[in-house]
Design a binder for this molecule. Sequence first.
Ligand code: ADP
Length: 587
Amino acid sequence: MGKTEKFDHMKLIGEYAGGHKALITLGRFLAAVSAVLALIPYYDLWKIIKLAVEGKETEKISHFAWMAVILTISSLLVYIAALLCTHIAAFRIQANMRSMLMRRIITLPLGVFDEDGTGKIRRIVNDSTAATETFIAHNIPDKTVAAITPVGLMVLIFAFNWKIGLICMIPALIGFMCMMSMMGKGMQEKMAEYQNALETMSSEATEYVRGVPVVKTFGQTIHSFKRFKASIDGFGKWATDYTLMLRTPMMGFMTCINAIFAFIVLAAFLVTRDGTSSADILNIMYYIIVTPLITVALTKVAYSGEAEMTLIDALKRVENIMEIEPLKDETSDKKPLDNSIELENVTYRYKDATRDALKNISLKIQQGEHVALVGPSGSGKTTLAELLVRFFDVTEGEIKIGGVNVKDIPSEELMRRVSFVFQDSRLLKKSIYENVALARPGATETEVLAALKKAQCMDIIEKLPAGIHTVIGEKGTYLSGGEQQRITIARAVLKDAPILILDEATAFADPDNEAKVQAAFKELSKDKTLIMIAHRLSTVVSADRIFVMDNGSVVSSGTHKELMEKQGLYRKMFDEYMTGIEWKVGA
Ligand code: ADP
């Protein structure tokens, strides 16, 4: 915890900056020079007004005017140089952050992408690093200017007439205090809540849009719409709470900074009580021009504070990814002896969960055996399947493939040995050929076509404009959930791994698609060790063995016939399933 409290964002930026750290310092220095150069013309302005009011040496006016113009232009040029330095540093830092993140992400357990959602990770890689870039490129020089300008203006204001200066400072100071109260401690939390709400909403939106075909196919409209709507409502609530929280201090701030004129009028009355001198007129005219600039300067201070909070939040998000423990890849060259699978007292609990998703499971699957995992939703079927391919590592116990602990099998060997087709397998925005050939880079077109044929995909290919070279997701080429699953099956066919994990879809829109997916599964699983997560019990009847799961445990196992005789959970589920089918037919 102490770590988050002492979060040193500038030190962290320095680390990402590497050799470009000096550019940030140079950028800051140049911004400071530019701020000082920009302040001098206000002295010239005072001189000009003085000369004009006194009506003496009017030829000198143009001298001061020119000086002011030259200094303003110089200040601008120096500021551009400062921006150049910070921009170069910012782009380097952004590139460094992204490549460090990508290198880290590649080592993370696959389960992380499940837990946090790919949308969230994408947002951190894109947006959090972009926020850091914006801060370094723009806010660092702005912040330097914002710190120097109000101080310089105050010096000027007090130097010419401290009494008027003092009166004008009253609203500026109260405004500043209001602003500081807005930037108080709760603000950083609010900023994190804002980013969270935005993150959830954007990942829900991505999931929703991506899921449109699935939503349509599986008729899950209400469910998925609810989550998306809840995230929008969550964001709306945050925005309202935040606005209400800021209402009073913001009103105070705006009132004060806009009231500066009223205070100048008051000051004018006070200083001219005993008669008006030309010096008084000069000062009042000068203050009318210069004092509002304090407003602008203070507003900039306010914005630089907000930008810093966004930066801290962005850096914390990046750090959260960098801190995830990567999957330990053993350098051992242990090779599984065969394609059998064994679980010994396996227990798994998800991060931050209060109970185990799997409890003390022991089972053995022989090479070539076809087994099915059945059980109510949430019983742990997916978790078990995912542990086999190290989406996560077990909390307790051991998983062995061919007699070797999966943790000791080099990840390449493990991936070569196991194929998985999950329900929500997504295709990349590439051609069908490239999507399938991912399984075996360099596969020829003939090989890919053969795999597609075995996976019952020919009807899909035939209706696409450019056959297997059609890019999915482009020019209106979208595939339904079942079609996408068939393409991923083709990928698994091409990979030809000896162990297969299949997660069948819960429902299909049309029987034709369902029949094709079943046929593809059948073709794919020939001569393989197969673990099928079954949702429709009609497909498990022919399995060699069925494991019935409930509440994270395997409650019984056996063939369909054996389990039906036991009168247990399986029998109950099967009877309900059959009634469901009859009811559908009857309806
Ligand atoms: P099934 O596939 O049988 O429907 P799962 O393996 O998906 O079951 O889930 C088993 C249990 O683990 C459930 O209680 C579920 O809520 C929980 N669970 C699943 N995924 C996660 C996750 N990413 N984080 C926390 N809990 C999870």
